[in-house]
Structures are given as structure tokens and as C-alpha cells.
Design a protein around this ligand. Sequence first.
Ligand SMILES: Nc1ncnc2c1ncn2[C@@H]1O[C@H](COP(=O)(O)OP(=O)(O)O)[C@@H](O)[C@H]1O
Ligand SMILES: [Mg+2]
Length: 848
Amino acid sequence: MAAKQIFNIPYIGINRYFGTDLLIGSGGECSVVLKITNPVTRFSAASAAYDEFHALMINIVKIMGDGYLLQKSDVISKEKYPLKDSPEYLQQKYNAHFEGREFIQVNTYITLTKQVRKGAFYVFDKKALRDFSQQINKVMDILIAGKTGPVVLKEAQLNLLIMQFLAMDFKPQHISLNNFSPNDTEIRMGDRAIRSIPLINIDNVDLPPTVSTHIEMTDKDTLRGFPVDFLSFLFRVPDFEVIVFNQVIDIPNQFMTIKKLELKKKRHSGIPDPANTLCVEDIDLLLNDVARESQLLVNSHFTIILAAQQDKIQKAANFIESALFSLGIMASKNGYNQLELFRCALPGNSIELKDYDWFLTTCDAAVCFFFKESMPLDEPSDFLVRFTDRQGVPIGIDVADLPMRNNRINNRNKFVLGPSGSGKSFFMNSLIEQYMLYNMDMVIVDTGHSYSGLCSYYNGKYITYTDKKPITMNPFQIKKEEFNIEKKDFLSTLVGLLWKGADGIFSQVERDVISNVINSYFVHFFSQPVADEIPEKLAGEKLFIAQLDFNSFYEFALWKIPEIKQEERIPFDVDEFRYVLKKFYKGGEFAPILNEPADESLFTERFIVFEIDAVKENRVLFPIVTLIIMDVFIQKMRFRSSRRKTLVVEEAWKAIASPLMAGYLLYLYKTVRKFWGEAIVVTQELGDIIGNAVVKDSILNNSDTICLLDQTKFKDNYGAIASVLSINETERKKIFSINQLENTEGRGRFKEVYIRRGAVGEVYGVEVSLHQYLTFSTEKPEKSALEVYFGHFGSYQRALDLFVDDFHASKLALGQFVSHINQNDKPFLNHSHEDNPDPSFPIAHTAV
Ligand SMILES: Nc1ncnc2c1ncn2[C@@H]1O[C@H](COP(=O)(O)OP(=O)(O)O)[C@@H](O)[C@H]1O
Ligand SMILES: [Mg+2]
């Protein structure tokens, strides 16, 4: 090994005792190395999590007791996002978009070292080793309980780790050691340089007077108070390759240490000098802490080891020093032997630290400097959708199954809120595209053509409501075994809606009468003789129900209601009922809607969009159409019980969020849960959620996941939203950090979204490839330019490919390119040999 010529590797070897591989140092001290994950996820705004980890580390120190060293090594390194594989076209584009993107990783190791008493000869002591092994188990238990996922490194892993430390290169493969050439300020290794920056300058201890488990951001108004790691600036160091933050605590004999301190105090107080008084005061404070709060005294040591290219290292080091300065720490510049500090950062080798490297303080204070953050990782699930983490690389999260399994949520339903233009539909497109990678059936009710691109991509069914082609459904057409209480409730609600309108009041008497009529209607139908067995004379009679539909129900009701009225002597306005419902009857304006059966293919199609913009302003039709679509969805759910399904309702839910339909909404949510489904309601209207009891009781109470887009527009009104959505202070901080971090460099255009599953939420980036952007975009000009290509080439993928190729070839900005296409109504370049052979098949929209 080349390095050996410069310095001796400080280990004798690795030995296995009591099932654990121990790293044996040249002085006989032995160490175990644990890989852990810092439990505070970066930008999780969880102040309490910093405190908890702080308490956990103190516990470990206490359990270890004197004679032990605790070393925490946080390795911050840069990686490149690898090219991932996918059979799916848009996912390939997504993967290509992120390939090679640099991101920061944090790997954390804890090394526990059993020291050999100074001056003593090393003797093999089986009992001591057994004790050590028990200590390790205790520490493991604490780390497991603290959700840090500790793993004890085995021989091969230890060997690799030491090589990685020696090379200051933490890539998993091909580590090569260069010659070390240390000088006063750094160590050179090939093109790179390594600098060790101790946090504490022993000649003149300059530390902030008080420290805490973490600090708060102060940069921007919206971010004020956002908790981050004390040393979170390490993530922002310019041009570094690797940073190792070496944190060591040595636990001395308490009695001896206190005694020494008291002695020192006495010595100092003899000489009246301001500097000495300070020292006396410090010692007093320390002794006070120890006495009053039973704190542990520890020797601590902190060094930042920085590796960068030689021409970059000065800038990086300056950044670190000034960041430390702004935290109240005067970093020691270069007073030390660089090689010595570097060696002491090797796992288990902090025993080489000299007296002057240590700083005596309380364990509480020392642990404040410990690094506590990690980067978010893919969730352990096989139902992942990908968004980016806040530094801009994809991570997989499970927004459906895993959080159900671990009881984070009790239903998969989601509520999406954000002002107009904040990216709700775009986010939904991205989610839906990924949901479709699984065995998912998708039904979307939209009022703004936000999903037409995705529908074309998936070759789905796009149903636009027009007066000529209304959406029809015959909800009365059911089989005998399908007639149950739920169906009856649905039909009562539907009749109430037809009669009273969404905002009307359906009195108890009226509801009971209608319910009674519905019951009689079906009983009558199912008990009457089948059509060809009917005696001649009966066929012409009024009471014969030839076919189940609204027409025959209407006729039956007008016969039955007066009968009930007379028997029961109750008020019921039959004339009003007859008159108002007539428009849905034979010859009426809306006759087809409830008399013609739904398109059969709706039950087998995987991807359906109902675009009902055309009835949005129609107070009569809008709620009815929405309701029947939801019923189609429920039928579909029963029909395809072995598949996942999602119902997405944009704005249209408003039409049915009325007291009259509250019961139905609850029923929908309950049924969705039963059939492996989820309902997602998307809205922009604040007024609609605040103060609407139906929304609160049915939609919000049954949506354990809420997704919020940029809420700054709602800032003044936030108290009201926060209380409706039960948003606490921690979550509020995360929400107001949406789109506020300085994390846009080197990334494509993106927007952030906050997703709260259960009680706790996280913020993710919605960043996609250009191909996906074009598919998801709701900008009219962009959509129509793409449709020009689609019309031309017939295949959506082909259209995307050529659109993107032409766009790049054009060297225009996207906006310019788009208006060029729209003005000329043809592709930018001539791809005539590739034109669609059948130009009669132009666009995605098939009106049904
Ligand atoms: N994550 C994103 N990345 C890139 N562009 C986005 C993103 N989200 C939204 N946009 C842009 O903003 C436009 C408006 O977004 P949209 O989702 O339609 O807003 P909303 O539905 O909230 O009104 C989109 O058409 C798109 O051009
Ligand atoms: Mg939208």
C-alpha cells in the first residue's frame, strides 16, 4: 500500500469477538463501526427531531461511560444520478432527464472505541471484550429505537471503509490511493487537496456562548424560523468533492476531571487579570452544570476534513471558515499538523488526538455540534411514484400502500389545494402518469382540458359533454341482486337532486316518500311476469313496467305517490314534482340523460376523462352529470375488483358538495376504500373549503393525504385554512418553504408540492422531462402546438419525439417555437416521409 511509506496504518487488523468484527488499533484499542442514518431528514422542519437525536446521543455517551471514545463521522459526498431503465416511454425520458445530475449524499458512521489505559501494556482480556460486546448491544438498542437503522460493519466493509477514508473517496468501487504529500496547510493527493479545519482553536477558545440542538434560518421572510442543522452550510460548500465531519467525544473519569477543574480554578483565581476571571467564570459555569443538572463532562473534538481539487480548495475552505464565523466559531486556520488531524479522522483512530486537540465541556453542549441530518431516501415499497427531493434528484415515495400498512393513513384519498396556476393539474398529471405504471384504472372528471395530453398518451377515452352528445346513464337499469340499500339511497339522492337542485332542501317526508316509491317500483318490476308471458290485457295497462329507466319510474311515481299520500295523509307537492321532473322524461329537454344506457366500454377502459366544462355553468345539469359519473365509477369499481382505481375530480366536486348529497359523498368515500380505490379532489377555491360543512365532514375527514401547492397567495387567510386542514406550526413552516429555497440551479423548470400523509408532510419537487412537460402542460398554446404534431403524425410518442427534435433544431425559446407552430399550423421541419398516412385521425378528443 503506497500510503504506508508516508505513515503507518494505525491498525493491527480485524478480529471477530462475540460475533462482532472489531477493528484493532495499533495500541491495542478496539473499535466497532456502525453505519447509521441520521434520523432528521433534511428540510423536514422537525425541530423536535433534532432534540430527540440530541437526547439519543447523550444517552449513548452515558451508557458507554468512561474509558470509551465515541466518534461520529458524517461523510458528505457527491454522486451522479445513474441512468435508470424503464420499459415506459415517458419514464425513459424522465430517467434521461436526470441522468448524471449531481447530488449530495450523507453517510454516517459511529465508531465506539474501547481505550487502553495510557501507559499500560496491551493484554488480551476476554472479560473486557465481553463487557464491550454488551455495551455495543445496548447502544444498538438505543440506535434502533431512535430509527437510525444501525448496521454493524463486517470485515469486508471495514476494509473498504478504511480505504475510502484514506483516499477521501467514498465511491463504492475502484479506490486508488495516491501518495500523500502534507504541508503546513493541506495534504496533497494527486490533483486533489485535503484540508482539515478544526472547529476549535485551542489557544483561544472561541465558541458561541450558547448552542442549541439546531439553528433556524433567517434568510427570507417566508423561511424565518425554519429549523436546520447547526452545520447545514456544509451542503452548500462550493466545489467540494468530499467532506468528512469528524466528531469525537472522550469520556474521562468524572471524579478526576472535576478535581482537576477545581484545582485549575484555584490557580487562576490567584492572579487578577480579566482573561483569568473569564476562565474562572467558565469553570464555574461548567461545574454548576455538572452539579445541578448532573451533566457529564466530556472532552470533545470536531474537525471538518475537506477534499477538493487543488485549484478549488481555497474557495471551499474560505466558505467554511466564514460560515463558521457567522455561527460564532473562529475556526483554527492551520496551526496544526494537517497529517495528524487527518489521521485522527480515521475510524477508531481518534485515540491519536493530543491533549491540545480536546476541548472540555458538558456532554449536552458537545452533542449540540453533532451533525443530525440525512437526505431522504426511496421508501421501502414496490408501489413508488417519483418526485424530486429538495436538491433535485428523484426519490420514490409511496402515497398509497405503505402509509396504509404502517398506519400513517387510514385511507388513500387525497385532497389537493392551491391557487390557480400553482401547478395542481401538472402535479396531478405527473402522479397519474406514474399511477398508470401499475394496475390502475383511472377516471378523471375535469372542467378545463388539463388531462387531454395524458389521455392521448395512454390512448384513453376522452369524453366531452356536449348538448348533442350528453353523457348518459340509466341508473335504474339494475339486476334484482343489485338492488340493495345503497342503490336505493343513491337513487333517492338522485331523484332529490333532479327535483330540488343541488342546493335545495329535501325534507324527511319527501325523502321517505321517494324512497318508498323506489322500493315499490323495483318490487313491482321484479315480481311482474316477464314480458312474453304477459297476458294480452295487462300489456296495455299503466302499471306494467316495460323497462327499467327514468321514464317508467316517472310514470310509476305519478301513480304511486297519490296513493301513498292518501293512505298516510301527508303533504307532498305532486304537481311540483311532476312539473320539475318532466324535463328528464320522454320528450323533455334532458330526456336522454337518464334513459339511455351508459357506454359499455366505460367499464373496461383503463383511462377515462370526462370533460364537463360545457355544463359547468348549468345549475341543473352540472350536479346531475357529476353524480352519474361518480356512479359510473362506483359500478366500475365493483366490476374490476382486482384492480386499483382512482377517481380524480377537479372542481366538479363543488357541484355535489351540498347537504342534499352529503350522504352520497360519504358513501362514495366508504366504497372507494372497500374496493382498493382512492378519490382525489382537486380545488383552488378557498371559500369552498372554509365554512362548507359538507366538504369538511365528507371530503376532508376522509382524505388522510393533503397535497398543497404554493400557498403564498393565501398567506393572509392562512389561519382559516390551517384550522380547517389542522395544520400545525411545524407543518406550516414546511408549507411556506414551498418554492422558497435556493435550489433551482442546474435544474429544469419545476414547482414544489407539500404532501402530508397522516400527520406529517414532506415537500417534493415536481420536475419532469421536456416530453412530460409537453404532455402535462395546461398552457393552451403549448397544447395546440403539440396537437399540430399529433394530428400530423398520428402517434403521440412520435409527435413528442419530433416536436422535441424540431424544437432543439429550431434554437428558439419554447414560447417562440410554440407560436411559430401555431401560426403556421404545421410542423417546424418537413418530415413528409413520416407524415400520418391517415390525416382523418387528427386529435385525441373523441366526443361521445
Ligand atoms: N412542476 C412544474 N414544472 C414545470 N411547469 C409547471 C409545473 N407546474 C405547473 N407548471 C406550469 O404552470 C402551468 C399551470 O399549471 P397548472 O397545473 O395548470 O396550474 P393549476 O392547475 O394549479 O391551475 C402549467 O401549464 C405549466 O406550464
Ligand atoms: Mg388546473
